[in-house]
Structure formats: structure tokens, C-alpha cells
Design a protein around this ligand. Structure first.
Ligand code: ZN
Ligand code: ZN
Ligand code: ZN
Length: 240
């Protein structure tokens, strides 16, 4: 059992077959705090199934009240304080907390999606479309409310509004397939069809989430959680 370094509740364990290593990867997730814990120091070589499963975990967090992060977080294995770390992969900047003794690293859902190149900022046209569909969103990085009519970024943590990027997801899945030929190709046509299907699924899902938010009187929706749910569904259809 892994206790969440932020809320101390048991994290949910997810096991995956990794794309490039023989041993399965174990990932722990806290949907309340939007955190993943990855044991060890090996890079996160995930396959298509794992990406889909992690999207499902992220999507589930949309239905929970989010808990703010403490300023000091400790390693769930040794109890020592985790070091906040800035990293760079290709041209993508992202952050996480790591145990200096090498027990593992703690990554926010938002930072994980950024690290994997799954995020991008919406174009002007997409932002206009978003404003028609959705009134208020919660910042995917810190959870603070963002008024879409007035703001393009979170006034609390300055994270810009980000969407899951179907291009980035399609590109990464292609690379995963190339690295692990055994995992099987995507059905349902080429990249253009894949991107279009993912983009449409995200729009449909946003519209449905906004309706649900109204009905249940919830605060803003989390664009990434909604997008992750839509993409998990699309990926599931391809993998049958
Ligand atoms: Zn937690
Ligand atoms: Zn440790
Ligand atoms: Zn924020």
C-alpha cells in the first residue's frame, strides 16, 4: 500500500506491462489530489493500454472534489521530504517531486500529461468555441476556478488553459507501437481519422459535462479530466 504524500489516504495501485522493459510498471494514483506516484527511477515507458488506463484514472478525478497540495510532501517509502524538480524533455518543461534516495517520483496529472506531450494551448478559434460550450473551468494544474469569459490562464498559479492534444496523443501512440510491435496497431484508419475522432469525442464530452455540471450545481469542470475520459473511450474502441 502506498499512502498519498498529500492526503495520507491509500493510493490506488495500477499495474502495467511496460513497452520497453520486461517487468511490469506499477503506478499509484490519488484521484483526490491529482497525483501519480511512480516507484524507482526508470523512465515511464508505457504502452497503449497503460496510456488508456492512466487517462481513465485522470477522468475519474473529474467527479471528486480536489484537495490542494501541501507545500511540503514526503516520500511514501522513506518519509524524507521530496525535492521539487524542474525537468526538460525534448523542448517540453515539466515538474515533479522526487525522493533523493531514489524511491520514486510524485507527478501531478497535469505535469504528467505535459511531460508526455499530450497538452497544447487552444487556438483562438478553439478558445471561442470553448467559451460557447463551457462557462467556468477549474485550473488543471492547481484546481482554482478560471472564468473563461475573462481569462486565458489561471490567476492563481498562472498555468495557461490547456487541452489534451489529439495530435500529441496520436504521435505518442505511434511511437509506442513502433517501440512495442506486439501491442498491435490502431484500427480505424490513419492519423487524420484518429485525430478527428479524438477531437470530436472531446467536444461531445465537454458539452455533456457542462450540462451535468449545471444539473448537479457543481463548480467548474476540469478540461483535462473531461478530455482524458473522451480519449480513453476512443482508445478503447480502437483496441478491441
Ligand atoms: Zn491524496
Ligand atoms: Zn524515499
Ligand atoms: Zn492554477
Amino acid at each position: 500500500m502506498t499512502a498519498c504524500p498529500n492526503c495520507a489516504q491509500p493510493m490506488r495501485a495500477h499495474r502495467f506491462r511496460a513497452a520497453l522493459t520486461a517487468a511490469p510498471v506499477e503506478v499509484d494514483a490519488c484521484p483526490t489530489c491529482h497525483l501519480f506516484w511512480f516507484d524507482g527511477t526508470e523512465s515511464l515507458a508505457l504502452d497503449r493500454q497503460a496510456v488508456r488506463a492512466l487517462f481513465t484514472v485522470i477522468a475519474d478525478s473529474a467527479r471528486q472534489d480536489r484537495r490542494a497540495l501541501d507545500s511540503a510532501l514526503s516520500c511514501p517509502r522513506c518519509g524524507k521530504r521530496l525535492a521539487f524538480t524542474h525537468d526538460l524533455q525534448r523542448s517540453t518543461r515539466f515538474t515533479y517531486w522526487r525522493c533523493a534516495a531514489g524511491h520514486g517520483r510524485l507527478t501531478g496529472f497535469h505535469a504528467f500529461l505535459r511531460e508526455k506531450n499530450f497538452l497544447r494551448e487552444p487556438s483562438a478559434a478553439e478558445l471561442a468555441r470553448l467559451r460557447e460550450l463551457v462557462r467556468q473551468v477549474n485550473c488543471s494544474q492547481c484546481g482554482a476556478p478560471i472564468d473563461l469569459a475573462r481569462e486565458n490562464a489561471c490567476s492563481h498559479c498562472r498555468a495557461p488553459i490547456a487541452l489534451l492534444d489529439p495530435d500529441g496523443v496520436a504521435r505518442t501512440l505511434r511511437e509506442l507501437d513502433a517501440a512495442a510491435p506486439g501491442s498491435g496497431p490502431a484500427a480505424g484508419g490513419g492519423d487524420a481519422a484518429a485525430r478527428a475522432a479524438m477531437a470530436q469525442a472531446m467536444l461531445d464530452s465537454l458539452t455533456a459535462s457542462e450540462r451535468e455540471r449545471h444539473r448537479e450545481g457543481r463548480r467548474g469542470i476540469d478540461l483535462l479530466a473531461v478530455g482524458a475520459g473522451a480519449l480513453a473511450t476512443v482508445l478503447g474502441l480502437w483496441m478491441r
